[in-house]
Design a protein around this ligand. Structure first.
Ligand SMILES: Cc1cc2nc3c(=O)[nH]c(=O)nc-3n(C[C@H](O)[C@H](O)[C@H](O)COP(=O)(O)O)c2cc1C
Length: 328
């Protein structure tokens, strides 16, 4: 990775940023950094690793996000991730879910910096690809400028130089969804950390939805990560290569969609097809002329056997017509 691909990152999101969504995202941006959903290190060691980790080579640059708090298991999982060809390993130190709390990982590692340090140390010495941390600005009463400064100082001493910071703290007892909206955003604190640690790469995350805000953030930090906005409106990505990376791009909405539909038609198992269609439905929800296509795709997800190729051909015709209207 020569370019700073972290300038624009698509956030790891469980049940959303699977390999199908990432393939689709790549149709709209070549430069942005992609991340997997969080995968627990135990699952990689004990589960169907091929199903969990295999990805299409077009996804590069792509990071594998791990969850867990056992140093050896995390290191083993990271080694496997590296062997699979991921460009980066990222550790989840930001998730506040109940499951995460009972497993004492995710954001709860921000309360146990000693354990986090052992995890970081063990992973770091076992891999030679970048290793990054995604955290919050704090959790419960582990918060404030001094706390975050000490946190970054301690962890960066283990050779970590890239931190993705969700600019709100987590509150135990709030469910995961509320923990993404109730604790207030504090971008200023993240900017302060960049001032305090100019050599660290700081990527800001949380509540960013507009291209102008993305650009504004880049005046203060090294990168910006967007989650919910991208999942609800993937076509937003079409402006990123040009606006953020200043690269000329010839990516187009209709070509990207057509590539994605061809990709779906090549998928072998029904579960994968349905997952991939769910993402497609998400994007065409925004298009007023696709009501009928949407209904037919939903039928497919609900298991009615329909001719998917036929639905896609209709959709391609709609897209072509729309593109024709736009250029004339
Ligand atoms: C459905 C969903 C699933 C998420 N799963 C993860 C995850 O697996 N790992 C993680 O670090 N963050 C996860 N997050 C948090 C996002 O990465 C991001 O930090 C959060 O949504 C704030 O960014 P946004 O305001 O741009 O959406 C998830 C968020 C959503 C909405």
């Amino acid at each position: 990775m020569t370019q700073n691909h972290h300038k624009f990152c698509i956030a790891p999101m469980m049940k959303k940023t699977d390999k199908h969504f990432r393939f689709m995202a790549r149709q709209f941006t070549k430069n942005s950094m992609l991340y997997t959903e969080m995968i627990h290190s135990n699952a990689i060691l004990k589960g169907d690793v091929e199903r969990l980790l295999k990805f299409d080579s077009s996804e590069h640059p792509v990071g594998l996000q791990l969850g867990g708090s056992d140093p050896n298991t995390l290191a083993q999982a990271a080694i496997i991730g590296q062997e699979y060809g991921y460009d980066e390993i990222n550790l989840n130190v930001g998730c506040p879910s109940k499951k995460v709390k009972s497993g004492n990982f995710g954001v709860f590692l921000m309360k146990n910096v000693e354990l986090l340090s052992s995890c970081v140390n063990e992973v770091k010495k076992n891999i030679n690809i970048p290793f990054t941390i995604k955290c919050r600005i704090g959790v419960d009463d582990f918060e404030g400028e001094e706390y975050l400064e000490n946190f970054l100082s301690t962890i960066s001493d283990y050779g970590i130089n890239t931190f993705i910071i969700h600019a709100r703290k987590a509150i135990s007892g709030l469910d995961t969804k509320r923990n993404r909206s109730i604790p207030p955003l504090n971008y200023e604190l993240v900017y302060k950390m960049k001032d305090r640690f100019p050599d660290l790469k700081i990527i800001i995350n949380g509540g960013i939805e507009e291209i102008n805000n993305v650009k504004k953030q880049l005046n203060y930090v090294d990168g910006v990560m967007l989650g919910r906005k991208i999942y609800s409106d993937p076509a937003f990505l079409l402006q990123i290569d040009k606006e953020v990376y200043a690269n000329k791009t010839n990516l187009e909405f209709s070509t990207g969609m057509q590539n994605y539909m061809s990709y779906i038609l090549n998928l072998k198992n029904k579960k994968d097809v349905n997952r991939a269609i769910t993402h497609l439905l998400q994007i065409i929800r925004k298009l007023s002329y696709t009501k009928e296509i949407r209904r037919r795709l939903l039928d497919n997800v609900k298991n009615t056997s329909i001719d998917l190729e036929d639905v896609f051909n209709c959709f391609k015709e709609d897209l072509d017509q729309k593109a024709h209207l736009q250029t004339h």
